[in-house]
Design a protein around this ligand. Structure first.
Ligand code: NAP
Length: 467
């Protein structure tokens, strides 16, 4: 049974890739309908829970996603978990196609001794905690921050810069953002005086974007420190800096940092290079990170860090591992363990890496290509996947619908969720919560005050529905 002449598509994951995919589906066919499904009540994924609270401008992109949510052909089904509330068979039965845009759900591990000592955490946990992600609300960063003077951030990507800024900024600077209230309170008791960002390769190999790097030199509350000796580039690194605009600008900015006098600000942000972590030490709690100095070698056009056997120890009472995200396997879908993605070809899910497409199933965003790029990168990525979806639907012209004998109606999905006792969060529920958060923010001179607990989000929706 079908209640729409156009394709009904489920998009699992309401982050940027999910919204770009939904938008592309709606544009592809004037009668196409989309259900955007997310395990959390709140939409927008890493725009809400990843983008740093002091980067509000980056969050303006949600206005576009809002337009998609308000489209009468879109439904939002928040608080619905794929694999628990709806499985693959359900989705196949009730939709013509499914796009998984669930992101890269976990952090990569260092694989060194002591990495799980108290005080050593993944930067992604810290990010989720200060951004008010419900799963991270119970982390006890407050006592860690109160007891720490030196923090070491391992990794040279933008997440390393984000967490460093949050550690280095004053509470007054952060108070005007939408940082979670619990984080603001904990950061007000922080004893951190020095944050050191450490890369295993050199300045020309760092994955920072220049705008983010430059910001470290503009912090009101912290001096920036780079050792001139660590700015000497090998011929291969020099060539990379000359060939790539971002790399060249990063090197310029870091060189300027190395020449900048310290101004006696309360905190220091140091950037160190060519240090590979080999172990964390401490008696139960982390007290230092041991690094091995590296030498850079050009192997097949790639600059590799090779150990020199020389060690250096940096004291740290807080260690944030910021070495990238990786995807997690999804129930009933194949997984490429090596790359941490669902195997796919241009977005079509394959039964195994390099295998054959599984009809009607697609991926977009980080679960498709790995954790790389900025928010906008997901637009072209999602459009590629939806182009494949549209092409396949046209080619199949409803064959898959008949094959699985599905009931492709919105009512069928609602009925299924109801019988399973799932209280789905609708677009209206979200817009109501959004308005409450923004109103609470206005009263406090902030963009919004985030609701952190799932029960509180649901309670807000129930109040509205009842009133
Ligand atoms: P990333 O950019 O992939 O950086 C990961 C860093 O970890 C690299 O410097 C990498 O070094 C290092 N690393 C990996 N394994 C390591 C190990 N075993 N030991 C030591 N270092 C190791 O990851 P990310 O910072 O998590 O960012 C993820 C994505 O989100 C990126 O595309 C980023 O640009 C994006 N993002 C953007 C913004 C923004 O636009 N403002 C903010 C946050 C995140 P090697 O290079 O040597 O492998």
């Amino acid at each position: 049974m079908d209640d729409s002449p156009g394709p009904r598509v489920a998009v699992v994951g309401a982050g940027p890739a999910g919204f770009y995919a939904a938008e592309a589906v709606l544009r592809s066919h004037e009668t196409a309908t989309v259900d955007i499904i997310d395990r959390l009540p709140t939409p927008y994924g890493l725009v809400r829970f990843g983008v740093a609270p002091d980067h509000q401008k980056m969050k303006v992109v949600t206005r576009l996603y809002e337009r998609t949510l308000k489209d009468p052909r879109t439904r939002y089904l928040g608080n619905v978990t794929y694999g628990r509330d709806l499985n693959l068979e359900d989705l196949r039965r009730h939709y013509h196609a499914v796009v998984f845009a669930v992101g890269a759900a976990t952090d990569r591990r260092l694989g060194v001794e002591g990495e799980d000592l108290e005080g050593s955490l993944s930067a992604t946990d810290f990010v989720a905690w200060y951004n008010g992600h419900p799963d991270a609300a119970d982390h006890d960063f407050a006592s860690l921050l109160a007891g720490a003077r030196e923090a070491v951030v391992i990794g040279n990507g933008n997440v390393a810069i984000d967490v460093t800024r949050v550690l280095a900024k004053s509470v007054e600077e952060l108070a005007a953002t939408d940082i979670a209230d619990h984080a603001l309170e904990a950061l007000s008791g922080s004893g951190i005086e020095r944050v050191t960002i450490v890369g295993r390769r050199g300045p020309a190999e760092a994955k920072f974007t220049t705008k983010e790097l430059r910001e470290l030199g503009e912090l009101e509350n912290a001096d920036v420190e780079v050792r001139a000796a660590e700015m000497t580039l090998s011929p291969a690194s020099r060539a990379a800096a000359d060939a790539d605009v971002t790399t060249g600008k990063n090197v310029e900015v870091l060189t300027a940092f190395s020449e900048q006098p310290k101004l006696g600000k309360p905190r220091t942000v140091a950037l160190r290079f060519q240090l590979q972590p080999v172990g964390l030490v401490g008696d139960g709690k982390v007290s230092a990170v041991v690094f091995e100095r590296t030498r850079l070698e050009d192997v097949d056009g790639q600059v590799r860090a090779v150990s020199t056997g020389e060690h250096e120890t940096l004291p740290a009472q807080l260690v944030l591992k910021s070495v990238g995200y990786t995807g997690l396997p999804l129930p009933d879908l194949p997984f490429d363990e090596r790359r941490g993605v669902v195997p796919n070809e241009a977005g079509r899910v394959l039964d195994a890496p390099g295998g054959t497409p599984l009809p009607g199933l697609y991926v977009a965003g980080w679960i498709k290509r790995g954790a790389s790029g900025v928010i906008g990168t997901n637009k072209a990525d999602a459009m590629e996947s939806v182009a494949a979806l549209v092409e396949d639907l046209a080619a199949e012209s409803g064959r898959s619908a008949q094959a699985s004998g599905g009931d492709r109606t919105a009512a069928a999905v609602d009925h299924l969720l109801l019988t399973r006792g799932v209280d789905a969060f609708s677009s209206e529920d979200w817009f109501d919560l959004d308005a409450e958060e923004v109103a609470a923010g206005e009263a406090a001179g902030r963009p919004r005050v985030k609701t952190v607990r799932l029960q509180e989000m649901i309670a807000t929706a129930r109040r509205r529905r009842g009133g």
